[in-house]
Design a protein around this ligand. Structure first.
Ligand code: C2E
Ligand code: CA
Ligand code: CA
Length: 529
């Protein structure tokens, strides 16, 4: 048998399984990352929307107060206090005129107001509309978001949204998937973690999503458990999927590299590269010692493993169907050999068929197409071994009758080796019966084998079949067969399977009476059906 490395088979299979698992894990990890980004993006969108709502609403409130700018504080103070109290989010609202605070929602008396605009608010007069401030005029150490709606170059409405609202909103957005959320304006930030202002750079270090607008940036960072949580939800799917794909691929690769497939590929390559050669074993007429035909036996000239006997590859070729191609290739060789015309006319050539050949009439078409009219001069005998069970008896019967209709004789090969021998004889019409070598007595006093052999010969003759004895190795066997009326024999006693040139040489040497005999050689009697 051709060597096949199990180590390579297991190694490659293991490698494929490992690579598949790694690939599935990588894809799984990418999916986890993608899902985490999705979660973060979603949280960031909600965060920005919530902050936008606060700022929008606050700005609308301030907008509503712009009509009071420039009017005396005593006159507008009640209205200012009303919105300062009732409008959500605000800590305080101020009216600004000539660059000074002159009216507040928090104190009733204008003289109680510290009119000086805090230094960090001053830029708001020159275009900045939103600012994070560490404190407000009456609450110096409580952070707030300052909003300013100008009405002129030096006047407008200034409002402070309490930092607590912002921190609470940021905290509301933060879930177990987030480490923190933050709002950044300029280089200051307020986070979900504390109501104090921090420098934006340090507060938002490690931010993974930053959504910026004109007024502020919303940023957040994932919690350390986010990836783990998503990984756990995805793990069952990916592990099941990975295990399935890996085992499926592993199985495919394992089978692909298995001995069956390996030999199959080798055989297919061998057919393509013309490595299969036909050898011929002469078949002798026992009555007069003439060589009347030969059996074609295949040999594989393997480039690495040398000469391989058919038993090592014919069963594989049969089981995978390559026997059809192989037989076709052999028929081409036989045709080329025989077409040289070097053999005596009437020389019969036996070809071995397999069970596969009896499943449809392809073999009949192949013989007619390839061997063609040569069979008139060099008749073919199709040998059907009984070693394999024929599945579809009626199709097999049809194939055999088609062969015979086209002048191709049939032989039942290896008769007696299996226990359905008699069944074969009953179901199918054969012209020849080939007795297997195991039924030839080895010694003079081998009475048991002799009795079996006698019965087989008797049976063959009663059925009107021509008998060929195989594996004849000594003169005692040949003489016994001849004395019992067996017509033909093949075996090492006469000749081993040889190349065509040697067969020609042998056939000519043993054909003295052949030319005469061909004329008188009656075709074997058909079995009476
Ligand atoms: P088989 O058809 O029974 O062929 C006879 C086998 O007996 C051959 O073995 C032959 O070399 C061997 N043989 C011939 N004379 C003697 C002898 O005196 N003593 C001993 N001990 N053996 C002898 P081989 O060539 O190895 O073939 C083995 C089997 O392989 C064949 O058995 C046949 O069933 C199969 N086979 C060979 N060639 C082909 C082919 O082209 N197609 C198919 N389907 N099967 C083939
Ligand atoms: Ca045979
Ligand atoms: Ca045989």
């Amino acid at each position: 048998m051709i060597q096949h490395s199990r180590v390579v088979q297991w190694l490659v299979t293991g490698l494929v399984v490992a690579i598949t698992l790694v690939a599935v894990l990588v894809v799984g990890w990418m999916r986890v990352y993608h899902l985490s980004q999705f979660v973060l993006q979603d949280a960031a969108q909600r965060q920005r929307a919530a902050l936008e709502r606060i700022v929008d609403q606050a700005q609308q409130t301030l907008q509503g107060a712009t009509g009071w700018v420039g009017r005396p504080c005593g006159e507008v103070s009640p209205s200012l206090q009303a919105i300062g109290t009732l409008a959500p989010y605000f800590r305080s609202i101020y009216l600004v005129s000539r660059g000074q605070l002159y009216c507040s929602s928090v104190v009733r008396e204008p003289q109680q107001i510290d009119t000086v605009l805090p230094a960090d608010i001053v830029p708001m007069l020159t275009g900045v509309r939103t600012l994070l401030v560490p404190g407000t005029p009456m609450a110096h150490d409580q952070a707030a978001l300052a909003l300013y709606v100008p009405t002129s170059a030096t006047g407008g409405v200034l409002g402070f949204v309490d930092g607590i609202y912002l921190t609470e909103t940021l905290r509301g957005i933060k879930s177990r998937d987030l480490a923190w959320t933050a709002i950044t304006v300029g280089n200051l930030a307020l986070t979900s973690e504390a109501p104090q202002l921090q420098s934006a750079a340090s507060a938002t270090r490690g931010a993974q999503i930053v959504l910026s607008s004109e007024r502020f940036s919303a940023s957040l960072a994932p919690s350390t458990t986010l990836l783990r949580r998503i990984a756990w939800t995805q793990a069952p799917v990916f592990l099941t999927f990975g295990a399935l794909i890996a085992s499926l691929l592993g199985l495919l690769v394992y089978r692909h590299l298995g001995p069956e497939q390996y030999t199959r590929r080798q055989i297919a390559d061998g057919i393509r590269r013309d490595e299969f050669k036909v050898y011929y074993q002469p078949v002798m007429s026992l009555a007069d010692g003439r060589c009347t035909g030969a059996e074609a036996l295949v040999r594989w000239h393997h480039p690495e493993h040398g000469l391989i006997r058919p038993d090592a590859f014919i069963p594989v070729a049969e089981s995978n169907g390559l026997i059809i191609d192989l037989t076709r290739a052999l028929l081409h060789q036989i045709r080329n050999d025989v077409a040289t015309g070097s053999l005596p006319p009437g020389f019969r050539l036996g070809i071995n068929l397999a069970e596969r050949h009896l499943r449809d009439t392809t073999i009949v078409q192949d013989i007619l197409r390839i061997y063609g009219p040569l069979r008139d001069t060099y008749p073919l005998v199709a040998e059907i071994t009984e070693r394999y069970v024929i599945r579809d008896t009626s199709t097999a019967r049809h194939v055999l009758s088609e062969l015979r209709r086209h002048g191709i004789d049939t032989a039942l090969d290896d008769f007696g080796t299996e226990n359905n021998s008699i069944g074969y004889l009953k179901h199918y019409d054969f012209d020849y019966l080939k007795i297997d070598k195991e039924f030839l007595p080895v010694t003079e006093d081998d009475a048991l084998t002799r009795n079996i052999l006698d019965s087989i010969i008797d049976l063959g003759m009663r059925l009107g079949l021509m008998i060929v004895a195989e594996g004849v190795e000594n003169a005692m066997q040949a003489e016994y067969l001849r004395s019992r009326g067996v017509q033909y024999a093949q075996g090492y006693l006469f000749c081993r399977p040889v190349a065509f040139d040697e067969l020609v040489h042998f056939a000519i040497q043993h054909a003295n009476a052949a030319l005469v005999a061909v004329k008188t050689d009656v075709k074997p009697k058909r079995r009476a059906s």
